[in-house]
Design a protein around this ligand. Structure first.
Ligand SMILES: [Zn+2]
Length: 372
């Protein structure tokens, strides 16, 4: 172990000191954005780039796209390769967005109203095989891919429609290609590319947003046959007052970053710190994602930093909650992206079992049992 490794593990340990300890070496992999559209295709990417949209500035717009059968099959193959000492397979918890924009209806309505399209319908529109939902059910039944909730959309719909009505040309070009993410002049930095769906300006949009969040949970139950119990707010932006509605719908846990941008009663968003085990005023239990794994990020070198983060968590008796994104594991726009993400996941799982033979793989749902 070199000095740098020790330093990184110590820094990670200090960050992990606050909050509830569980005294077990548990690894949870939480992967966001499943079900949402991302970049529709490589062709759309090239068209948008040629039209002057800065799509090449974000790795997400070069890589992230709606999942397909080869993505799930290849991912499941890697997860099935590894078992902990109790015989549990490695498991990923996909955090799902249940709907995408119904572009046709929104356009016909003159951008006045937002209309959602359930992601299973988006699969159909994108020409995905009918086997997609069979694969979801298989992942759930094998306990290797057990979904939780990431909001109905991954889009700040109210703001998006407002800027579309105002006629921003590039935003409209993106819309016509079935793509959302672009920041027109005047869009607040905190609402970047319309990605944080819980970013609103003014109270008029609040109740509609709350209803969409509740409706997304109902859709989750219809699509997957059970209710989610964990919620993670897209881009770390949320309205804590909505916790009450989440709890009424059966969601009892928030997976949070160490700092989340929360909207206060005065309508202003401010960063707020969280620790694992924190109970909010509304009765929601929070836990912190204390590790990150983004193998297709240009800044990513290898699994060393993840192992150091996990070591820091374990030194403090905390579970390792690894945050990651679908962008690392889908190949529909760039097949090399999926290959890289899965080969690094493979290396990571192998390293973890070798270093900590007593590790436990748990889904987010199974992990929350340890917080009660
Ligand atoms: Zn997300």
């Amino acid at each position: 172990m070199n000095i740098q490794t020790i330093k990184h593990s110590l820094v990670s340990a200090v960050k992990n000191l606050p909050g509830k300890s569980i005294g077990k070496k548990v690894v949870v992999i939480e992967c966001d954005d499943w079900g949402s559209i991302g970049m529709p295709s490589e062709k759309a990417y090239r068209k948008l780039s040629a039209a002057g949209l800065p799509v090449e500035k974000s790795r997400f717009y070069q890589e992230d796209t709606l999942e397909d059968t080869p993505d799930l099959e290849a991912l499941f193959t890697v997860l099935r390769k590894y078992q902990d000492s109790r015989g549990n397979h490695a498991v990923m918890t996909p955090f799902c967005n249940m709907a995408n924009p119904d572009f046709e209806r929104i356009k016909s309505g003159g951008f006045q109203e937002y209309y959602p399209e359930v992601f299973t319908e988006t699969y159909r529109r994108y020409g995905r095989s009918a086997r997609m939902m069979d694969l979801w059910r298989l992942g759930i039944s094998e306990g290797i891919f057990v979904p939780e909730y990431h909001g109905r959309e991954h889009i700040a719909t109210d703001l998006w429609l407002r800027f579309l009505r105002e006629g921003d040309a590039k935003l409209r070009t993106a819309f016509d290609s079935g793509f959302v993410c672009y920041s027109p002049p005047g869009l607040p930095a905190q609402a970047k590319d319309f990605r944080p769906n819980f970013y609103i300006i003014g109270d008029h949009a609040r109740e509609g947003l709350r209803r969409s969040m509740e409706e997304g949970i109902d859709l989750f139950k219809t699509v997957f046959g059970f209710a989610p119990i964990v919620f993670n707010a897209p881009n770390g932006v949320f309205l804590p007052e909505f916790n009450k509605s989440l709890i009424e719908k059966g969601v009892r846990f928030n997976a949070v970053p160490r700092k989340r941008l929360d909207r206060n009663e005065d309508g202003q968003y401010r960063h707020r710190s969280y620790v694992t085990g924190h109970q909010t005023a509304e009765g929601m239990t929070c836990y912190v994602r204390n590790c990150n794994f983004e193998p297709t990020d240009p800044a990513y070198k290898n699994t060393d930093h993840v192992v150091n983060q996990i070591n820091g968590a374990f030194l403090c008796g905390k579970a390792a909650i690894i945050g990651t994104h679908r962008a690392n594991f889908v190949g529909g726009v760039k097949v090399s992206c999926r290959d890289k993400g899965l080969s690094e996941l493979d290396i990571l799982l192998k390293r973890l079992l070798k270093r900590w033979p007593d590790i436990e793989f748990r889904s987010s749902r199974q992990f929350t049992d340890l917080l009660l």
